[in-house]
Design a protein around this ligand. Sequence first.
Ligand code: GDP
Ligand code: MN
Length: 345
Amino acid sequence: RHKVPLEVGRLPSVRVSYDKPAPGERVNGAIVVLVRNSELQGLRGSMRMLEDRFNRRYGYPYVLLNDEEFTQEFRDGIATITKNEVRYGVLNSTMWGYSPTVTPEETRVKLEENKDRYLYGGSLSYRFMCRFQSGMFFHHPLVRDLDWYWRLEPDVKYFCDIDYDPFVYMRDNGFKYGFTIAPREIRSTVETLWYHTREWVKKHTHLLPEKSLANWVMGTDGHYNMCHFWSNFEIVDLSLYRSEAYRTYFEHLDRAGGFFYERWGAAPIHSIAAALLLNKDQVHWFEDIGYEHPGNMHCPRDAVMHARCVCDPARSYTYRSACQTRFAKVNNMQKARFLQLIHQS
Ligand code: GDP
Ligand code: MN
């Protein structure tokens, strides 16, 4: 095996020098996908690219989850894409269901109200999906024993060779949350999310760290600025989502009803939690991983990074994104200052 060090000296956000892991050294992690039977070809495309760019050499298992049984046709279609292990799981009605305080009747009313206000405004399954991705997936029997996960979706693209292990890289550098794209959320989908976040904060100040990235999601007015990490790609140390802080945060939000009566997405929830619970040294922008999900793409413009990629940096959303720029510039915020703004707003 030819050993090539990652040229980290040229990567602006990387602080620690790093060599490729020895063959066989991996974390306890998996690539996790929630997917419908009807999305077989879209997922085959995503897996083909991720296998070719990375995973055929690193051999991480896949965990495919669905709210219905996977068909034989689906399994056969996936089997031709990877020699790595694929584990199939179905969700029960706790994981794929309503929040405890929410009724199907009131949900119907709200979906009707919101159906023309934003994408998926009238979709019930989208609500189940967002709730599952926010607070449930890491408890699933096929996920709960994993330390790390890399989320994958159908119809995404990976443009760059990844010739090191991003999981190991994160672990060895103390990162807990990794992302590629950071857009702005549609405000009307999360109208009361920040109000309920503040309510949770006020009751759980003892669970907050002394310094955090809260600055990234909150302006000096103490309000949410809609910045979030696009969670269709995320590599996460799952201890974040299994922490008491995250668990109580999700339960608080779940009781508030916004997964159904609004359209709270997993992305802003994961992101607000990461920002409030982690500091800057624990969140990593994978600038070297060129990636596209319908709507936005990231293509590295740094010449060394781009040498491994097949994408056009001029088309990259990320260098124009205000939230991305904010992430590059933001400093940690002290807990006392954060709480002061939370109480004032
Ligand atoms: P978007 O990325 O917000 O536009 O939403 P997607 O339609 O891509 O859904 C996000 C992820 O959840 C994708 O991996 C989908 O395959 C999956 N997903 C969405 N709705 C359902 C559903 O009803 N059932 C299943 N099994 N997966 C779903
Ligand atoms: Mn998607």
